[in-house]
Design a protein around this ligand. Structure first.
Ligand SMILES: *Cc1c(COP(=O)(O)O)cnc(C)c1O
Length: 399
């Protein structure tokens, strides 16, 4: 007779789901496609960069994705059910999973422009003669490349600096007042004042907080503050799918934004599809993230940072400094700089040596003879490899 453990073991090799092929052969050992394709993998001591594929999805997220992939569902039903859960976590009236924060910006503005008028939805990005508004106001200091997400709707951007300029810029053409949290220290007008002026003038507001969790509280802080729409990336610190993000805010605006989203075609958002696996994976990542012991996470990052810092600064000519960017990418950030009269290596040379080593390591350049390192994307133990390799490369170049 089998004991309980043996029964469980036996069960685990029986496929849990029916195969699509009736006469499927027994599964072959999985092919490691990454290896097969010859794709370089590396230790990510840089951070959550799109070019480096963002973050690694934790087991909870991968299991959610795997599970979601085994059944058909109506795409709208998935978005509605997941959206309700996300909204209740984030103090928003409603929410929807988008193809990253960039697509949340585009779709949120689309919703503002069109409302639930189907003819307007199909007219985008052509605004002329449709009765739709056509301008987005932002502070000059908040300008970044990602504002292309806003002009994708056909709108143009009006840049202002002072409160006086803002009041003058608001007109019957103003669709949205946009705010960029990570550069909120680069504008004269703060969050609350921005929202207050907008409310007084009846203009909707949107805030981009793409890379600005942790702190976890930022997920609800700006909904509480009164921003009508809040946009965040899913594949940065939250470690959801890299291709996912969240648009949250006022119910009527989320409803309107969804009219520009798949499954509906004839829309500017049809190419911004998020599949059921990504939507449910995003929710699983959010659920995990809000339940995380954030203090413990922070301690782990600090310990790893100290390990690398101690190794680096043991090399003569190297200086180190740890900062904690307050507005976005809020994680211990180690700056390692060296005196190039003592260490014969420029930043590019160091990056190449780390990249071409075994294992390959990525860090960020930060000037002619300096790099930045963050430890939040490391797997546990990798900090030791980064520490010893960095020390080795710097020592070898010491004159
Ligand atoms: C990363 C980022 C985006 C784009 O987010 P995705 O999730 O990659 O689409 C937009 N705005 C800011 C400020 C960002 O940092």
């Amino acid at each position: 007779m089998l004991n309980r453990r043996q029964v469980i073991k036996k069960l685990s090799v029986v496929p849990l789901i029916g195969s699509l092929e009736s006469n499927a052969a027994p599964p072959a050992p999985p092919i490691d496609w990454v290896k097969d394709l010859g794709i370089r993998t590396f230790i990510n001591a840089a951070g959550t960069y799109t070019s480096m594929t963002g973050s690694l999805m934790p087991d909870e997220v991968m299991l959610a994705i795997r599970n979601a992939s085994t059944s058909f569902m109506m795409l709208d039903d998935v978005q509605t059910k997941v959206g309700e859960r996300i909204a209740s976590i984030t103090h928003a009236e409603a929410a929807v999973v988008t193809a990253g924060c960039f697509s949340a910006l585009t779709l949120g503005l689309a919703g503002v422009l069109t409302g639930t008028d189907q003819a307007k939805v199909e007219a985008l990005p052509h605004l002329e003669g449709t009765g739709m508004k056509s301008e987005v106001i932002m502070q000059k200091g908040h300008s970044i490349g990602y504002s292309h997400a806003l002009t994708n709707t056909g709108c143009r951007i009006i840049y202002i600096e002072t409160r006086e300029e803002l009041e003058k810029a608001i007109s019957e053409r103003t669709a949205l007042m946009w705010f960029l949290n990570i550069q909120s220290d680069k504008g004269q007008i703060g969050h609350e004042e921005w929202v207050t002026i907008a409310k007084k003038k009846g203009i909707p507001t949107m805030i981009d907080i793409a890379a600005d969790v942790p702190p976890v509280e930022n997920l609800w802080r700006f909904n509480d503050m009164g921003f009508d729409l809040v946009c965040v990336s899913g594949g940065k610190a939250m470690r959801g799918p890299q291709s996912a993000g969240i648009l949250m805010g006022k119910k009527h605006l989320i409803e309107a934004a969804r009219l520009s989203m798949p499954p509906r075609g004839s829309t500017i958002g049809r190419g911004m599809k998020v599949n059921k696996e990504e939507i449910i994976g995003m929710y699983a990542a959010l659920d995990r993230f809000v339940k995380l012991d954030q203090k413990k996470e922070w301690q782990i990052w600090e310990q790893r940072t100290a390990t690398i810092e101690n190794a680096a600064k043991s090399v003569s000519g190297v200086t180190t400094k740890v900062t904690h960017p307050p507005l976005g990418n809020h994680t211990p950030t180690l700056n390692v700089a060296w005196d190039s009269s003592k260490i014969r290596l420029d930043t590019k040379g160091l990056l190449e040596k780390l990249r071409n080593g075994e294992p390959s390591i990525e860090v960020m350049g930060a000037g002619p003879a300096a790099i930045n390192i963050t430890t939040w994307m490391l797997k546990s133990g990798e900090e030791k490899i980064v520490a010893s390799r960095l020390k080795e490369v710097l020592s070898q170049a010491a004159r």
